[in-house]
Design a protein around this ligand. Structure first.
Ligand SMILES: [Zn+2]
Length: 185
């Protein structure tokens, strides 16, 4: 099993749950159903993803990468990718995933190109793409999310959002406590 395959980040009580997903996202059945969904994000302004990648690279010092494939998937499908086939009714549905194995982004079908919060979720997942392709070293996978939230917040500030964490219905303390390595307790 991939070392990161069980990684998930659940921020309690929020809509903006994003997660890294490993092997479960690469199951052939899910991949086949997603590949039939046609071009993703048709309403996204051309150049948006490359601009986000350049912004992340400049901010982080990592190398820019090619844009990853971005798929839309129903919330139930995202939950299955994250949790596997076990019933996940009592779990929070993710709104976005990055597949470490496939180097692809999956956004919920509720994702809206006109929604700044949703666009920031896309940026968050692109951070994971650059982290993985740049082989960014972290002490534990939770720290990938801490970097991603920090860059997401910085990007939102540049879009004129003074309080990006409240805009995301998150707070910095929650992010800190959910994105630290377990051995640091
Ligand atoms: Zn994340």
């Amino acid at each position: 099993m991939h070392a990161l395959s069980t990684r998930r980040t659940i921020i309690a009580g929020l809509a903006a749950v994003t997660a890294l997903a490993g092997a479960s996202a690469g199951t052939p059945a899910i991949a086949a159903s997603l590949s039939k969904s046609g071009p993703a994000l048709p309403d996204l302004a051309p150049g948006t993803i490359p601009r986000m990648i350049d912004w992340i690279a400049t901010r982080s010092g990592w190398n820019a990468t090619m844009a990853p494939p971005v798929h839309l998937a129903a919330p139930a499908q995202l939950a299955r990718m994250l949790y596997g086939d076990k019933a996940a009714a009592d779990r929070i549905c993710p709104t976005a995933l990055y597949s470490i194995d496939r180097h692809e982004i999956y956004l919920s079908t509720s994702w809206n190109t006109d929604d700044l919060r949703d666009r920031s979720v896309l940026l968050h997942e692109l951070v994971h793409h650059l982290q993985i392709l740049n082989k960014v070293k972290v002490d534990c996978p939770a720290l990938y999310d801490r970097q991603a939230y920090a860059l997401q917040a910085a990007w939102l500030r540049e879009q004129g959002i003074d309080e990006p964490y409240s805009f995301l219905r998150l707070d910095e303390f929650t992010i800190y406590t959910t994105t630290r390595c377990p051995n640091y307790y």
